[in-house]
Design a protein around this ligand. Structure first.
Ligand code: NAD
Length: 439
């Protein structure tokens, strides 16, 4: 099938490439000229494991094309996917201007029946808004469907190729046939394709992300309590995770959730509730808990140095909001770096993939040095702070860490190391929800 994907970011590029992989002819449209030029030059503009190989294969086989021109991009397409940003407005609601701008432009360009499929995470009622925006200027028949995306950055290709479920919100039989045809190859292993109305599909995405954010936040609070009462959250995690009603996944405490989705999606659902006269108290608490958790490591570091961080130097390992991505949107690392710099400390930071994004975010920040390797970050630092659980940090050379640091102190925001290993190397070691280890 001939498909257009409008917006070629983490979702759009993966969507387009994976549909091409199954034989569809895909054109990805983006307004970012630099990004499109890079892709036309055969370069993947984001870091996403497994994407490069299928990207190159489908370009070589001429099933994957890129353009900045919307007219050229949608020419002959039977399905048009919208994978556009929906960032938060000041009041927490989702900014729909990207989606509605494109919908406005699409109307006069449509020549044949087409299904416009919204993959962006959007508030309930958006399918209707997109339909009326397109419908203002159109003479042919078209349908709008809601198809929220559940892929996770870092394993986006796998998630797209082997989804847990595919959610399709549409009341049009014709649109459902098009989407069935497109998605059936991805459901061969038994993942359900769930058909529902547009509004339920839109809410499903927010409910999923908010539920996951709640699971993390609950564990973060349990971890904070463990710290106060001398329990070990790892034991508690295993103790509750073996109950299938709870499940063992997503129970790892840390320094708060970040990324381009959870924070904005929880806020947007809270706003939807409010706009409908409902106070969603769980979401209110969730936002408050996460704000606190993002700052917890800073508070712990400050307490260790008796409130005086002026002139201290901290090594940071990990800047992306989670491993296997270069994405730093709403990353807890940015909050910590800001707090450390504001307190007069120096930061020497390293991340295997996110350095370019961090450099662009800070431009020139006196006090912040981005290093070329993980061990370079340690040189003459007062302590090591671990913020993202990249595999490369899992089994480091502890002797080298101890030697390069000014003193052997680690604050581990991701509970990367076993207490036994840390004890062997005589570190002072604080982690989240586990007893502090003193040399
Ligand atoms: P992104 O910022 O990585 O990509 C969006 C792309 O759209 C950018 O390349 C931008 O240049 C392009 N764009 C903006 N305006 C455009 C226009 N008028 N025409 C063409 N292109 C335009 O965003 P993303 O992370 O891919 O997220 C897209 C949507 O998917 C959001 O609603 C997000 O909430 C949702 N989502 C994201 C993820 C994720 O893990 N990133 C997962 C599921 C759902």
């Amino acid at each position: 099938m001939k498909i257009a994907v409008i917006g070629t970011g983490y979702v759009g590029l993966v969507t387009g490439t994976c549909f091409a992989e199954y034989g569809n002819e895909v054109t990805c449209v983006d307004i970012d000229k630099t990004k499109v030029a890079q892709m036309l030059d055969g370069k993947v503009p984001i870091y996403e494991p497994g994407l490069e190989e299928i990207f190159q294969r489908n370009i070589a086989e001429k099933r994957l094309n890129f353009t900045t021109d919307l007219v050229e991009g949608i020419d002959g397409a039977e399905a048009i996917f919208l994978a556009l940003p929906t960032p938060p407005n000041e009041d927490g609601s989702a900014d729909l201007s990207y989606v509605l701008d494109v919908a406005d432009k699409l109307g006069p360009l449509l020549k044949n029946y087409v299904v416009v499929i919204n993959k962006s995470t959007v508030p309930v009622g958006t399918a209707e808004k997109v339909k009326s925006a397109i419908g203002k200027n159109v003479k042919i028949e078209f349908d709008v469907a809601s198809n929220p995306e559940f892929l996770r950055e870092g394993c986006a290709v796998d998630d797209f190729m082997k989804p847990d479920r595919i959610v399709i919100g549409s009341s049009s039989g014709r649109a459902i046939e098009v989407l069935k045809l497109l998605y059936e190859p991805f459901a061969r292993e038994g993942a359900p394709i769930l058909f529902m109305d547009e509004r339920s599909a839109e809410i499903t995405k927010y409910a999923a992300n908010s539920f996951l954010a709640a699971k993390i936040s609950f564990m973060n609070e349990i971890a904070n309590l463990c710290n106060l009462v001398g329990a070990d959250v790892d034991n508690v995690r295993l103790g509750i995770g073996s109950d299938p009603r709870i499940g063992s996944r997503f129970l790892f405490p840390g320094i708060g959730y970040g990324g381009s989705c959870f924070p904005k999606d929880v806020q947007a659902l809270q706003k939807t509730a409010k706009d409908n006269g409902y106070q969603f108290k769980v979401l209110d608490a969730l936002i408050e808990v996460n704000e606190h958790q993002k700052r917890i490591l800073f508070e712990r570091v400050k307490a260790y140095y008796n409130g005086d961080l002026d002139g201290k130097t901290f090594a940071i390992w990990g800047l992306s909001y989670k491993p296997d991505t270069d994405d730093i949107r709403e990353a807890p690392s940015l909050y910590l770096i800001d707090d450390l710099l504001a307190a007069g400390a120096h930061v020497q930071a390293y991340d295997p993939e996110a350095m370019a994004n961090v450099e662009q975010h800070y431009k020139s920040a006196p006090g912040l040095k981005l290093t070329t390797g993980s061990y370079e970050a340690l040189t003459s630092a007062d302590a090591l702070l671990i913020l993202t659980e990249w595999s490369m940090f899992k089994e480091p050379d502890f002797t080298r860490i101890a030697k390069q640091l000014r003193s052997p102190v680690i604050f581990d925001g991701r509970n990367m190391y076993s207490p036994e290993v840390i004890q062997e190397h005589s570190f002072y070691y604080e982690s989240i929800g586990r007893p502090t280890i003193k040399p």
